[in-house]
Design a protein around this ligand. Sequence first.
Ligand SMILES: [Zn+2]
Length: 469
Amino acid sequence: MAATEKQWYVGEDGCISVGVSASAVTYHSALNSIIVSTKEPSVKIYDVASGALLQKSDLSANTTDAIHAMYLPGKDKVVFADDQSVGARNDLRGMLLLDTALQTPVSRSEDQVKVEIPLAEAGQFHKALMNAELPGIDHVDEVCKELEKKIDAVQEATKGHLKAAKWATICLKLPFSTLKTVCTGLVNEMKRLSMNNPGLSVASSIGDRLNYLLPNNGEGWSNTVERSMMYSEVARQKTFRTWPHMNYKWALPDPMSQAGFYHQPNSMGDDRAMCFTCNVCLVCWEPTDEPWSEHERHSPTCPFVKGEYTQNVPLAVTYGSQPAKRHGENEEKIECLSTTATENFVATSTLNGNIVVWSVDKILKKYCQFNLDPSSPVIALKTGVQIERQSTGSPSVSESVNGVNSVQDETDARLEERPEKVENGSSPEGSEEQPTATTSSTVSPDTVYELPQEKVDKSDVQKTRNRTM
Ligand SMILES: [Zn+2]
């Protein structure tokens, strides 16, 4: 019988020694590799075809317990969790940025942060810094020295190991303000001199990562269109919430933002779209207009259209490098990381029944948080597992695995309900994206777009394109 996608089969019987006590194994089908969680804590990535160790990392986990790891095939995403935090990683050109997967944002600009970049990009960043003249920009030497030290160490460690070299990354550990000052200074200087080389893209992507690592410094832009942030495809995508042409064939939010456009209407129903780098401004989009073609037709010299290196930070880079988020503010441990009834959400739970539902469709986001009583008879009725509450107030789980599953099942059940029905629930982060629909498997929050209140009367609009450079 031929194997279908849902069936497991043994292609070749074999065994890989991981050397330490393993707590869980996850298969990453897109990378054809296995992710082994160990109790150190660390994860090890093995190439399935050769058995070669591709990378080992502690993920910046804070605890001494094992790390949870779960691959979501439909999203091509790995979700990690330690005792306190949850992180998500899409692959970045065939590799995962593991060393920062569980790094959470900092609260002060003087705090030390880690920025992880592939080895090749580290070389490009170093070259750009060495070639640039940055008078008046502090800390350039400090960043250059850190780069040189890390590049040398990684090159030495991966010498002669071709597969491991492909996964080689360097992890800069410096104060947030140091990296931010140097990256901003370098990007501004390269833009001023129109130096469209790889160093510009790398410096820009590091700057973008830093915005997420000090949230008040960047994640709060979502309700206003700040042109200076539009180099990020994620930021451009968010501007299209009131795009008036959701029924068009090509000129839709995702293709538009991928083609460099962001939406900046002057009035409700306005379809004014601008490029993040060349300043072309297009209005009166037609149903069959294709974003890339229109961009090229109206701005053929745009460096982004010409395929040159720009400040652009694609979705894949943001999704592959985003920081982790904390389950809650107290020290209660995450006991369970689970899938839910839909692919767009995962859930984490503590033993006391504090549950967070995470949206993993795009940027990892806390969707809702609520409490349930794991010793409640309602849960026992549903799962057949009775959890007794001890005098300390903590639940006693006689069958720990089943106990965790009972929480997980209840979470799935809650996902069928409207968010306002959850008990003791807190508001999801980023209320601007709060869905109004139920989170059933047929309705995705991020596919619900707000349609304009008024439709544009095309007869009143001049049928020509405005172009400003
Ligand atoms: Zn352009």
